[in-house]
Design a protein around this ligand. Structure first.
Ligand SMILES: Nc1nc2c(ncn2[C@@H]2O[C@H](COP(=O)(O)OP(=O)(O)O)[C@@H](O)[C@H]2O)c(=O)[nH]1
Ligand SMILES: [Mg+2]
Length: 690
């Protein structure tokens, strides 16, 4: 199969804002490396990385990660193309948890945008090595320096390693500052005299930035005023892997221009699995933490970062091997669920295609079909001496639609079909609305839900109706209340039930969630029954005192209690906990919280006034306006409730020329006059269905 040692293995994701050219760059890299015979094109529908029918229908807009393994120059590389749209971006975030490097694709016209910032931050937080590619240098108003500056404004330290020759229609290639060669349409050549000064100045900057990455190099640089090519590469490697610099490249993805220097950098600057950030896990059957060794003969450990339904093979689990070697028919453990499994055939992914391989080692990404109960995010481990990696956290959806089968008779099919869909996409969530009994489908945004509906139709021939989205309101308390009694006493006839707890509740900061503090001293509640009180509180949390929305950002202290030697038991204290919590929350002046979204709108200048006026009228707070050519970019925070139909609003405000991105930001208190209306509606809905 891959006959490449771990040291020659690289894996990386293409990340950034939607439409900036990630998928096109992926095609160009595969073409440049000789993995594809022809350069695929996203718009023409010939991209190898566009694998889903839902993507083809949307001019190639990526809605799920796509994995492509290839060989080049003696190395084995795995490229993961990710979606930039906030509806699907979390699919890419999941992948980043399992990879070693990222290429941030930036538009030469607009520079860094919300999607770029979000993915850069995630990559940096996870400790990935990051490179950047300024794409679309052929477009009108392309400005390489401005794009680099926009990256610096995000706090990264960008260092150009390849600079463009010309811009816009005059763009003809790049100068590779490491090799000091021009790379153009007709291959490599010497730097022409006319460009020599610019190239020398850019190289001097590169040398200085690189020297600063390594103490030894800076000394040598200060003495000699120069660094050798070998020293430069060493410094770059150190800087990139430590996350101190972001090397920047430039080009045109759709014409595969400027790709060579980037491909070389991926191979030389990204860390191999041996050099990447260390992976830690918990010893199975023990408590100890262990650092996993990225060696083929170490115990097997892997992380599942994607699940996809394949028409022929069924559900494929895609995982990155962290240590050891995966082989077909090998017994492994799902360390997250605890179940035992047997791996089937190992498949190397190349977009649509799979290639069977006899084994996969550290750093490799492969898929295995029909791993029962293995879900995205789970860690796999060896049965013997296994180490459990922490599972990948699954981002939670923010927008819920009530759904129903369109045709009578399909109701039974609906639940099973939804369950299959959720298997594939863990950021989708299905539940029954406790108020209304309807099915609720929760996702990252309107488009996420609509695509899910399309997939139901395509895969299960099931049509559904989407009803007005539900806003996921929350409740919280606004003041501290001490010593509220929760009591269960049933002592008539037979065996009695007795439990009393005294609870204090207090507000916590937004986003803090829930905390239970056990302050029982002197055995007023027996030790073994205190968890029952906590359980009771937990069970009461989802149904707040105001309108039945989940309660958040609250600390509950259990400060005292009473028990009975015979009649006290778990059930009694659980109910006492529930009752106590409800009573305390009611007294603590409960209020309503609503989700607020971060919104970025791009629209032609002449529509800017209308766009801002509308956002202001919808309780929005405009935070900044920016000029990008003749386009204005407005950043604002707006309550989700006001943004449900924004796609059509923006179309009518701008004659179809506006675009926007929206993602959940935080929860905030609902203004009083609105709160009463929402509470009344929720109560009415609950009454109608009870
Ligand atoms: N002019 C020009 N268009 C590009 C370039 N790269 C991508 N595009 C086009 O921009 C659109 C979005 O590209 P795509 O690769 O799907 O972006 P992604 O959403 O980041 O994956 C497509 O229509 C591409 O053909 C480029 O370098 N120059
Ligand atoms: Mg794409």
């Amino acid at each position: 199969m891959k006959d490449v040692p771990v040291a020659g293995t690289r894996n990386f994701a293409l990340v950034g804002h939607s439409g900036d050219g990630k998928t096109s760059l992926g095609e160009a890299l595969l073409f440049e490396a000789g993995a594809l015979a022809a350069l695929g094109n996203v718009t023409a529908g010939t991209a190898a990385l566009t694998t889903l029918p839902e993507e083809k229908e949307r001019q190639g807009a990526t809605v799920g990660t796509s994995v492509y393994a290839f060989h080049h120059a003696g190395r084995h590389l795995t490229l993961v193309d990710t979606p930039g749209d906030p509806n699907f971006q979390s699919d890419g975030t999941l992948a980043l948890h399992a990879l070693d490097g990222a290429v941030l694709v930036l538009s030469a016209v607009d520079g860094a945008k919300v999607g770029s910032e979000r993915m850069l931050r995630t990559s940096q937080e996870l400790g990935l090595a990051v490179l950047a590619f300024v794409n679309g240098m052929d477009r009108e108003r392309a400005d390489f320096d401005a794009a680099v500056a926009s990256l610096a404004a995000l706090g990264a330290k960008p260092v150009p390693v390849a600079i463009p020759v010309g811009a816009g229609p005059a763009f003809s290639g790049v100068i590779d500052l490491l090799a000091m060669k021009v790379v153009g349409e007709r291959g490599e050549g010497e730097v022409p005299a006319a460009l020599a000064d610019r190239a020398a100045a850019a190289r001097a900057q590169l040398v200085e930035a690189v020297a600063e990455c390594d103490d030894e190099l800076i000394e040598h640089y200060l003495e000699a005023g120069e660094l050798s090519e070998e020293e430069m590469r060493r410094g770059l490697v150190a800087g990139v892997r430590a996350g101190r610099i972001v090397p920047v490249f430039a080009g045109v993805a759709t014409r595969a221009l400027g790709i060579g220097p980037l491909l070389r950098a991926l191979e030389e600057l990204l860390p191999s699995p041996e050099e990447a950030r260390p992976w830690r896990g918990r010893e199975l059957g023990g408590e100890g933490e262990r650092v996993l060794e990225p060696k083929p003969d170490a115990p097997f450990a892997a992380l599942v970062f994607k699940s996809v339904i394949d028409r022929y093979a069924g559900l494929l689990s895609v995982f990155r091997v962290v240590s050891g070697t995966a082989r077909p028919d090998q017994g492994v453990l799902d360390a997250t669920s605890g179940s035992k499994l047997r791996l089937g055939k190992l498949l190397l992914l190349r977009g649509h295609d799979h290639v069977e391989v006899p084994e996969a080692g550290p750093g490799d990404v492969v898929a295995v079909a029909k791993l029962k109960d293995v879900h995205t995010g789970h860690a796999l481990a060896a049965e013997k001496n296994g180490v459990a990696l922490a599972p990948i956290p699954i981002p939670k959806g923010v927008l819920s639609y009530a759904i129903a089968a369109k045709h009578k008779g399909d109701e039974d099919k609906l639940f099973t079909a939804l369950a299959r869909l959720v298997e594939e996409d863990p950021t989708l969530h299905v539940e029954r609305d406790p108020h209304t009994g309807q099915f609720l489908l929760t996702g990252m945004g309107e488009l996420h839900i609509r695509i899910a509906a399309e997939r139901l139709k395509r895969m299960f021939n099931l049509e559904i109706d989407l009803q007005r989205p539900k806003i996921p309101y929350r409740e919280t308390i606004t003041r501290k209340v001490e010593n509220v009694e929760g009591k269960l006493k049933k002592q008539t006839g037979g065996k009695g039930m007795f439990g009393v707890c005294y609870l204090s509740v207090e507000p916590m900061p937004r986003g803090a969630g829930f905390e239970f503090v056990d302050e029982i001293v002197g055995g007023s509640i027996p030790r073994n029954l205190i968890p029952a009180v906590e359980k009771g509180v937990h069970e009461a949390l989802p149904h707040g005192p105001l309108a039945g929305f989940p309660v958040v950002d609250i600390r509950v202290r259990c400060i005292d209690g009473k028990h009975h030697p015979v009649d006290s038991n778990e059930m009694a204290f659980k109910l006492a906990g529930s009752f106590g919590f409800k009573a305390a929350a009611e007294q603590a002046r409960p209020t309503l919280l609503e989700p607020v979204m971060s919104v970025e709108v791009a629209a032609p200048d002449e529509h800017m006034g209308d766009v801002i006026g509308h956002l202001n009228s919808r309780r929005g707070r405009v935070q900044s306006t920016d000029q990008r050519g003749s386009t204005s970019v407005i950043k604002a925070q707006v309550p989700m409730a006001e943004m449900l139909e924004y796609a059509s609003v923006l179309t009518s405000l701008t004659g179809g020329k506006g675009a926007f991105h929206m993602a959940f930001s935080h929860y905030e208190e609902v203004p009083a006059q609105l709160r009463d209306k929402i509470v009344d509606e929720a109560k009415a809905a609950a009454a109608a269905h009870s």
